[in-house]
Design a protein around this ligand. Sequence first.
Ligand code: BTN
Length: 269
Amino acid sequence: MAPIGDISAERLGGLLRTGFLGRHILAEELLESTNLTAAALAPASEEGLLVLADQQSGGRGRNGRKWASPPGRNLYFSLVLKPCCHPSAVPQLAIVAALSISRALERLGVMGAGVKWPNDIHCNRRKLCGILCSMSSLGDRAEYAIAGIGLNVNMEELDFPESLRCTATSLLMETGRRMDRALVLAEALNSLEEDYSLWKKHCSLSPFMERWDGMDVLKGKTIVAEHGGGIVAGRADGIEASGLLRLETADGLKLISAGDTHIVNQGQA
Ligand code: BTN
């Protein structure tokens, strides 16, 4: 792996405690999207391949949005996973990844991060990290899954596109400290391997429910969930072990499978 900025194979290797995540790496200064490259390589790759870019020309977010991906500041990476579970369980990986990265951030002394369904990490009501999962399935088995992670590390407020300045944040903005990207990446991978291995045994979020509950920024809040052009309002009541959001609405409990969520009356969350 050629070094990209402050991230070299030697430094990363010295910090990793994983058995398979990040033990094979493709790192490039510029990719269109690490998710696209990882998906192209996945069929012939071993589980755990890490695709890393210093900059993305077409970084993708959920629902067709763009992911701001300037060079030298943040982490943009995708992991090739081969979980052997039913395809319907794969979206749970985004929830596992959000919990894992939040734990890694805590270990790095970043306090106050919370998880926001379906798969964001927020700090002080601003978005710090986004996760985008995709998969390919063969019949009733997932052939592979791609977990793509964008974590804002050393962005200053003015580095964000204007439209994101009131809603996005970074580790630098939250802690006042410029962070070592190799260390943040290694801690994220160490934590992800631990949690992914646990999830893979169950193909269910049951071992993670307590952790989600303790970090859920929506819990008990009045929210709106947007999905498929419709909007449902209600009080968020955590998640099911399948990953569905529990929403208490005027018409009773609704289980939401996908979409964006916003807290009502607290600005856009
Ligand atoms: C979201 O909308 O919250 C998900 C954002 C995911 C961004 C990451 S950056 C690395 C990987 N490559 C992409 O193109 N997207 C994901």
